[in-house]
Design a protein around this ligand. Structure first.
Ligand code: IDP
Ligand code: MG
Length: 159
């Protein structure tokens, strides 16, 4: 079970999660990690990093025509972020549910954004929106690669 050989939605897949600068400043790193950890997903990469404008423009390249783009890049470069990769069954879809909607005000209580944020431009945490974008983001943020290890507890999480 340690190897992640398939990357489609219903089987083992990988998700890029990033605590944004406001989440780091507000002391929510542990809380966000805890939710993915206690759900049962496996942490395979983690770092605190502040890569700068060009890197964030690549990360959000699909939004560059939006009028909020300059403000988004300014926000995302306003302090360090915590980048991580989580692995597990259907982790992209499930992770987006844990995260909540883009707008925290309409995110359900119990979700990360629903519980800890108010404004769309300060929504504390990023999560990839698809298996393909997750793989793209993992390559961008972790060119050094991610860990591969077996977890004995997986036998108690997966049937
Ligand atoms: P997502 O983070 O839920 O996937 P996206 O549409 O991919 O949402 O947008 C990326 C990020 O851009 C959002 O998380 C949010 O920080 C920011 N953003 C999106 N829409 C707006 C907006 O209308 N005003 C300000 N910031 C926005
Ligand atoms: Mg997105």
């Amino acid at each position: 079970r340690g190897g992640l050989v398939e990357f489609s939605n219903d089987v083992l897949s990988r998700l890029y999660i990033m605590v944004k600068p406001d989440g780091v400043q507000r002391g929510l790193v542990g809380e966000i990690i805890k939710r993915f950890e206690s759900k049962g997903f496996k942490l395979i990469a983690l770092k605190l990093t502040a890569p700068g404008k060009a890197h964030l423009e690549k990360h959000y390249a699909d939004l560059k025509e939006k009028k909020f783009f300059p403000g988004l890049i300014e926000y995302m470069t306003s302090g360090p972020v915590v980048a991580m990769v989580w692995a597990g069954k259907n982790v992209v879809k499930s992770g987006r549910v844990l995260l909540g909607e883009t707008n925290p005000l309409t995110s359900a209580p119990g979700t990360i954004r629903g519980d800890f944020a108010i404004d769309i431009g300060r929504n504390i945490c990023h999560g990839s929106d698809a298996v393909e974008s997750a793989e793209h983001e993992i390559a961008l943020w972790f060119p050094e690669g991610v860990a591969q290890y077996d977890r004995a507890v997986d036998a108690w999480i997966y049937e």
